[in-house]
Design a protein around this ligand. Sequence first.
Ligand code: SAM
Length: 333
Amino acid sequence: MEDRLHRPLHDLRISLTDRCNFRCTYCMPKEVFGPGYRFLGRHEVRSCEELERLTRVFAGLGVRKVRLTGGEPLLRRDAADLVGRLAAIEGIDDLTMTTNGSLLRRHAPALARAGLTRVTVSLDSLDDDVFRAMNDVDFPVAKVLDGIDAALEAGLGPVKVNAVVKRGVNDHGIEELAERFRGTGVVLRFIEFMDVGSTNGWRLDDVVPAQEIVDRIGAAWPLEPVVRAYPGEVANRWRYRDGDGEIGVIASVTQPFCGACTRARISAEGRLYTCLFAATGHDLRQLLRDGIDDAGLEEHVRGIWLRRGDRYSEARTTQTSGARKVEMSHIGG
Ligand code: SAM
């Protein structure tokens, strides 16, 4: 099944909640996501049963890889239960989670037992002051590093670390991050700072281009490109010539990769988005409520995918902000 631009459906990202215990300034700034912000109520987020059913239908349409995200997915008490249900679905051969790592020490063993394949931890700086300022809830970096250790001990590897780079905020720590994870088996990936809704004050000047990151790390430790493992792979990968592992860069702003995008996203309230930058989603929740059967659901999603022609990142100009219409916390990164 291919969309109008001949892209198959291969990946599904599921946001488990719109809530987060961090207030990263580039994602959920306090000024917007403060005490007055209305998060989804308990009955507005999709249940484990609904997400299991949706995932089964998506697997029938070709999805092989599922990533659980948020908000912070580990704020959901039933996260491990959900992992167990999704791991049992035929066809899903990669089940991963993106987390801020704050609760990993507590949950990693249960997640691994339930069948999570591996984990990606977001960590933007090793400098405790910078990290505390970026998460804006004064969360110490040591606890996230301990969460990464917990994931490794539980066998949730290879662990990936996502670092969003913002110029003048944490870009001075690029080499320090690279050095910390070189030779450890942890794969570090740098993400260009993206526009999120209209809420994170995005400016092109704040973006550190992926090429600059590669050049800087390569100057310290020579790098060579790694061939993509599969067509829809998000990161451009580079390996250290001395054999001490690899890094990735996600150049969503300077080198958009819509042409190879095989991802669908389900928001916490159950809307289907066919692009991170889409203005609107398709309401699957109402269909579930109306009692649609699996065959009907599959036909509905198939129709949406066949009509898909999104290429927002390539189409928009990098000079403008406000391109994102949906908050990152709703549909995950
Ligand atoms: N709470 C989890 C976490 O921190 O990983 C999952 C949700 S978070 C929205 C998923 C990923 O999106 C994180 O790696 C985060 O750094 C990234 N992200 C959030 N806002 C971003 C932005 N404006 N530009 C680039 N990446 C962003």
